[in-house]
Structures are given as C-alpha cells and as structure tokens.
Design a protein around this ligand. Structure first.
Ligand SMILES: [Zn+2]
Length: 562
C-alpha cells in the first residue's frame, strides 16, 4: 500500500453548514486500522493520515456542541463526540504496542513521537481496569450533578429571624448569595449555624458518592501499579508526587503568611463564617469591545512578530463569528475564530477550543474562543478573560509539528494554564494596559492571588490531596488538621465543605495545579514586564515546541531561575 499525505485534509471544509453536522464518513474510515508501514517516520505519517479527518471532525463536534445556534446540530455533534471517541479508543492499545515495538529503531523527533504514542507500559489497559475507570467517571458525574441540582433550604430556628426579609423568615435558600446576605440579617448567635448548614448542604447527597469515588480511585491506582491515586495522578505533573506537592503548599503558605495576617487584622480577626478577602471595586464598564480587540491583536502581533489579518468565515456554526489568519511575513500559519457573545443554547462560560492541530505540510492549526462577553461595553475583567483564552489559543496556533501527536497544546496539567495566565497577568502591566485600552493607569491587583483568598485555595488543594492518599480517608480528621494549618482557623465539626467541592471530582488531587500555574506564570509575566524576557522568547520556549521538547525544559527555557 502507498502512503501519501491526505490532500483531502487540505480541502476539507472546516465547518459543515449548521443544520447538517455529520461525521459518518470519518467514523467509517476509523472503524478499521489499516496495515501500517514498519518504519518510524512512515508509520507516524500513515497514522496521521488515517486519523486526522476524524480527529478534526471530533474537534469541530466539540465546538458545535458548545455553540451551534441550531439545536439539531448541537445534538448531532453530541452523538458524533460519543461515537468518534469510542472509535478512537478501539485502536489505542494496538497503536500503542506498535509504537512501542518501533521505538528502539527510532531517534530524534520520531523517537519523541513514538514515545508519546507508546505511553507508559501501564497504559495498555485491561478490560477490568477500564470497567473501574468507567464506574469512577459515572460517580464523578453524579457528584457534580448533585451539586449543580441542589435546591435545599435552611429552616430558620425560632429567635433567629432578626432582620431577615419577609420571604426568608421561615427558611433561607442555601445558595451562596442568599446565605451571604442572610448572615448579615440574623442575630450574631445564629450565624455559625447558618454558615454550617450552607457549607455542609451536600453532606447527605454526596457523602456516599464521594466515599465510593475515593474507593474507586484507590482501586484504579492499585491496578495501575501506584501506591495511591494522588501519586498516580501527580506522576504526570512537574512536582511528580504527593510528597513534593505537600512541600510546595507549605512553602506557599509560609510565603503568604504576612499578607493573610494583615487582612485578618484589618477584619479584627473574624470567625470562620465572616472570613473573606477585602473587596476591590472594578471601575464601571467603559471599553468598546471592538476597539479593545483590534488594539489587543495589534499589540500581540507586534510582540510576537505576527499579523492577525481579518478573514471571511465560510460556514460558521452561528451568526457573529469573526476570523483571523495569523501570518508570519506573507506566510499563513494558522487561523483564529472568535465567538465572543452569548446566545440561546450556547455554552455559558469562557473557553478555548482547538479546531485543528497544526501538522507541518498537512494542515494549519485553527482555534476558536467560545466566550460569553458583554456585547456593549467591557470591564477590565473582560479584557483579562480575552487575554487568558487567547493564551490557550496561541499555544495551539504556534505549535505546528511534523506529527499530530506532538502538535498543539501538549503541556502537562500543572503547566497547561501557564501560557493563558501569563497573558492574563500582562493585562495589569501599565504599559501593555495603556497600549490596549489607551488608559494609563492599570486597575487594582486581583486580590484572589494573595492573603485570605490564597490561604483558602491552599487549604482546598491540601484537602483534595489528603483525601486521595487512601481509599477510605477520615475526612473530618483531615479537615480538623488542615484548617488550622493552612487557613489559620479552627475547623467547625460537621462543616464538611468537601461534599460541595466540585473540583474534587474533576481535578481531584491535582487541584493545586491552579496555584502552581499562577506562581510560574507570575515569574514569567514579571520577567516580561521587567524587560528580562520578551513575549516572543516566551512563545519560542513554551508555545511553539508542543510536545517536541520535555515540559521541564520548556519551563526552564522560559524561567531563568526555577
Ligand atoms: Zn485557562
């Protein structure tokens, strides 16, 4: 059989027209793994040319599922996500063992790509292991659904009505905003009980689910040859083990001590239920979105030696999508689409989605920002969100590689937020802020990065880690130990906030990666703002290599001192 790069991939229309999202041809192509050449380079190219059409279709399906204006289209995209994902999984073990067999005869980039295909030897999973993982996925979904669907109320005890508004005299809805307001209205001796009722609101629904989930995860870890789930999950991060993460959290906590204590003193050392970071008022929304977008891309292009050239979007999934071609000199290197404003049926938050990974000589990378920004006027926080998501997009758009498995966003989970956080943090640099907004003075610092708010995030990271170090942890005992240590406050028995801690189900023991990425990104954005590092060099170090260079080396390249 002859292997040529698929010219069809070049001409594949990026998007179907909204009503007809169809993945049948790609799905059929994916059913049977063809016989592949037994030479590293040819094998890698053949795998790409077999997989890429389906891979692109799957990426497009995620975007349609998030954002297509036509409900029919969203539904067929959802079906495609399921069927294509399953079809991909069918051949994973076979591709892994083939890659493993070819690995000894390969060198350079081919060795790196085959290594990525082969994964660890543990990655060849038994049906038993898959069944356990599947059960874990369902438990995790149930845990989150219970939180999302919760509608309980707190029956107000006699004598606790205080200044509560009429509608809450009998019971208060256990929702964040309502409880926050009610805490000010009930008499002081009633506040702790209301706070505990709120924090522990998911105890009944989620205690059995979390216990089963943690037991399931321990089982996954044992089957995979790890001591516990924390070490299994953290093996793929820079810190590498639970022990190293504990050291990291302790260091961060000590560094934050002075700021946290100053905030506490300003609040007269409040009880747990009144503990919160000082509020910083954002200025009124005053920026015109299109002006900011134009200025931002002009600044970004200059900093990266690129141009963002507006293009026509041929068959968009909804109205109002704009597109840019990224050009280096005269050469097109990728496409960026913006779907910035809310509409019915659209995913409700802000995120980046890759549409295509860049494979040199085969296809250009493409990304889309699926966001929900205000249409009329923007706050600084809206600019910050745009810059954050564009950081993810640049990571995909600048990382074209000869093989798909090395292309695009390939940073490990504790570094994957670094590019986006770097761009986000630069929104506060006075010179950059002025270049984009025309306003000289940057807005006040984000208070979530320090003091009480940071203590709270360190505590949450520590809880998530500790729970995953055994299959049946005593969570009350863990909380009683960790609250004084990291939040500098005694734990209230039965508070049990973990049952409403959504990220426990998704990030699990890797919740600390938020903090880790923040800290690494601060080092980098400060170096950029201070002139010791250029954005261009940062991009060369951490965005362009994709998976072709180990993550540790990419980080070292961007941060002179680790
Ligand atoms: Zn992000």
């Amino acid at each position: 059989m002859k292997w040529t790069l698929l010219t069809a991939v070049f001409s594949l229309p990026l998007f179907a027209s909204p009503a007809e999202f169809d993945c049948q041809p790609e799905l059929e192509r994916l059913q049977n793994l063809p016989a592949l050449p037994q030479q590293p380079k040819a094998w890698l190219q053949a795998v790409d040319s077999w997989r890429l059409p389906a891979r692109n279709k799957l990426s497009a399906a995620y975007v349609y599922n998030d954002a297509a204006s036509d409900p029919q289209s969203r539904q067929s995209a959802r079906q495609c996500i399921n069927s294509l994902s399953k079809a991909f999984e069918k051949h994973t073990n076979s591709l892994r063992s083939q890659a493993k067999a070819l690995l000894p005869g390969a060198s350079g980039l081919e060795a790196r790509a085959l290594g990525a295909w082969a994964g660890s030897t543990k990655a060849l999973k038994s049906p038993e292991y898959r069944a356990v993982v599947d059960k874990g996925r369902k438990l995790s979904q149930r845990f989150r659904a219970n939180i999302d669907n919760f509608e309980g109320r707190y029956p107000v005890p006699e004598g606790c009505q205080g200044k509560l508004p009429g509608k809450w005299q009998k019971s208060v809805p256990l929702r964040g905003g309502a409880v926050k307001a009610a805490l000010n209205d009930v008499p002081p001796h009633c506040r702790e009980a209301l706070f505990v009722a709120y924090e522990s609101r998911l105890s009944a629904a989620n205690a059995p689910v979390l216990a089963a989930l943690l037991e399931n995860r321990q089982q996954q870890a044992s089957l995979d040859g790890f001591k516990d789930y924390a070490d299994r999950r953290l093996a793929r991060t820079q810190l590498g083990s639970a022990e190293a993460v504990w050291r990291y959290l302790d260091k961060l906590s000590a560094k934050n001590r002075a700021a946290a204590e100053a905030e506490r003193a300003a609040l007269n050392n409040p009880p747990l239920w009144a503990l919160q970071s000082p509020k910083v008022e954002d200025k009124p929304a005053s920026y015109r979105p299109q002006t900011l977008i134009d200025n931002y891309f002009a600044w970004l292009g200059k900093a990266l030696d690129l141009r963002f050239v507006p293009i026509e979007v041929a068959h968009p999934w909804a109205k109002g999508i704009s597109g840019y071609e990224l050009r280096q000199g005269q050469k097109a290197i990728g496409r960026l689409y913006l779907d910035l404003y809310p509409r019915d049926g659209k995913y409700g938050h802000n995120r980046h989605r890759e549409l295509q990974r860049g494979v040199t000589g085969v296809q250009l990378p493409a990304s889309v920002l699926v966001m929900n920004l205000p249409e009329d006027r923007w706050h600084h926080k809206d600019l910050k969100s745009l810059m954050h998501e564009s950081g993810h997009a640049l990571n995909n758009l600048l990382a074209s590689q000869p093989y798909e498995i090395l292309a695009g966003i390939r940073l490990p989970s504790d570094l994957v937020e670094v590019p986006s956080k770097v761009l986000e943090q630069l929104a506060w640099d006075p010179a950059i802020h002025q270049a984009i907004t025309g306003v000289r003075e940057a807005p006040p610092e984000d208070v979530r990065q320090q003091g009480i708010a940071l203590d709270q995030r360190i505590l949450n990271s520590a809880m998530a880690l500790a729970y995953h170090q055994s299959g049946a942890p005593d969570m009350e005992a863990i909380n009683a130990r960790l609250y004084p240590k990291y939040l500098r406050q005694d734990y209230i028995k039965g508070l049990s906030p973990q049952y409403a801690f959504r990220h426990l189900a998704s990030y699990g023991p890797a919740y600390f990666t938020y903090l880790y990425a923040d800290a690494k990104a601060s080092d980098i954005s400060e170096a950029i703002a201070g002139g010791q590092l250029t954005l261009r060099r940062f991009a060369d170090c951490m965005l362009s290599p994709g998976g072709s260079v180990p993550a540790r080396e990419q980080l070292a390249c961007a941060t002179p001192v680790d």
